[in-house]
Design a protein. Structure first.
Lengths: 262, 262
DNA sequence: GTTCAGAACTGTTATAGACGAGTAGGTGAG
DNA sequence: CTCACCTACTCGTCTATAACAGTTCTGAAC
């Protein structure tokens, strides 16, 4: 039922580019509710005939909307108003000790709480020299050895997050931290067992468009940015014991923080 | 000096689209340092001649890089590797009381600290019914009256943030909160003077591509997403006294939070 | 009824050509 | 020397055409 969508026509006297005007009309149709999430937009041919323009003009308009994250094109099917996936709230207390005590890693515990099916894959554990930025945060030399733990998290079959953790190699000695499966409670539980009780975290949050590699790993459609979240964990001696560099799909998460006003 | 950039050619046997291959080459040139931030990419004509393809093919490749936020096209001049602007760290304690006491609003104080020239414009103060989402966070009825304060912040002449604050009208009575200039220390100082000492904030952070309106207000080039940060301020009675809905340019900010591990 | 082939739709990639508009640099007139 | 203009270069917009590649549905064959 896209019949009520194509009502406006091009204003030739306007100095606004034709493809932008077409995009404006469609954007407005979404804003006004004439097109709802999941609805199919008029096809390229329909738009060409309605507006009397060339194909490239229509495609430019549709590309604009896609880049805004408003629509999603499906080859052979059509262009649809993007249905926003359910957004999960990432609470800032998700690494609090009380959660860790229950013997589950943060991601698994949180997924269970939200009745989503968690999955972890692409686990890789190596030992290497840390990137300069990580060495700086860990307070170790550039040529120090660190355990590098990378993995990908999915919810209900949809990849939502990749993460790479860096732990100074001397902290991981004699623990399963260097193993693919670090045991119940995750690496934080292991760090605390070896005497490094966690005191606090810092989280730096940035956002940008994904690299092609990131878009592939997270199955991101065009027009969806990523969060880059770099978390540093400190023990009671204010020693940095872990840096975790994670990329999150922004259409899957809202980050939620609580701040004292003291 | 783009002479060393155009080295590769199209692999016709590959099933990867030609424009993607061209984008790959250019992306790699940036990654390997053959093209540095601020450098000019080969012009469309140069790329056409080097690869022996049509103009639209080259433009598709360049558009891809622009959408990734990697490059910026300047009409009449050329396409350049985007120079990342200096990123400002937004600390999570920026609304702490001790900063407020000095008689400056958070934004101004922070800018001064970083030797940047702050500017606030497009100030508008009205009274209206709150959007449903805001009414919910404030814990007031949908048809309650709120003071709506909107403004835009710039640093060194570059707009970086728009903000809209909502304060229940009964809290603003008899204070300069409903005035364009709320006085020293900003509206938080006024709220505390009228007995609503602030206890804590929550911040919800999302990211997405900007609407055309947001892109205009923040002078955002293509390929740069925005943060949407919704902050709720609570007084000592756990009453929500303000909701602030802000849009930030993600190429200007890194949000920094500190979390206890207790 | 089930299955397979094909038609008819969808978006994707590519070609070629034209004109417009912004920028920068040179050149000649004053 | 200064200014105005011209020119050559840049990216931006639009037309027209063509072939390709997925998806969906229909209808004929079995």
């Amino acid at each position: 039922m896209t019949g009520t969508v194509l009502t406006e026509h091009i204003d030739a006297s306007s100095d606004r580019a034709v493809f932008r005007q077409i995009a404006d009309h469609l954007r407005q149709a979404v804003a006004k509710g004439r097109l709802k999430p999941g609805d199919q937009l008029p096809s390229e041919v329909q738009l060409i005939e309605h507006y009397g323009v060339a194909r490239m003009t229509v495609r430019n308009a549709l590309k604009l909307l896609q880049d805004e994250g408003l629509t999603i094109a499906e080859h052979g099917r059509g262009v649809y108003v993007r249905a926003r996936p359910p957004v999960r709230r990432l609470a800032s207390d998700r690494f609090a000790q009380r959660h860790r005590k229950e013997g589950m890693a943060a991601f698994i515990a949180e997924a269970g709480q939200a009745a989503a099916t968690p999955h972890v894959d692409m686990i890789k554990v190596t030992e290497a020299k840390p990137p300069a930025e990580v060495a700086d945060r860990l307070g170790v030399a550039d040529d120090a050895r660190v355990i590098v733990r990378s993995r990908r998290y999915s919810l209900d079959g949809r990849p939502v997050e990749t993460a790479v953790s860096y732990i100074p190699a001397d902290l991981a000695k004699g623990t399963p931290i260097a193993e693919p499966n670090p045991g119940p409670g995750g690496i934080y539980a292991r760090l605390e067992e070896s005497g490094h009780t966690l005191a606090r975290f810092t989280e730096d949050v940035a956002a940008r468009m994904p690299t092609p590699e990131e878009a592939r790993l997270l199955s991101l459609p065009p027009g969806v940015p990523v969060f880059r979240l770099v978390r540093t964990a400190y023990d009671m001696d204010s020693r940095a014991v872990e840096v975790c560099d994670t990329i999150l799909a922004t259409d899957a998460y809202v980050l939620s923080y609580e701040l004292p006003a003291h």
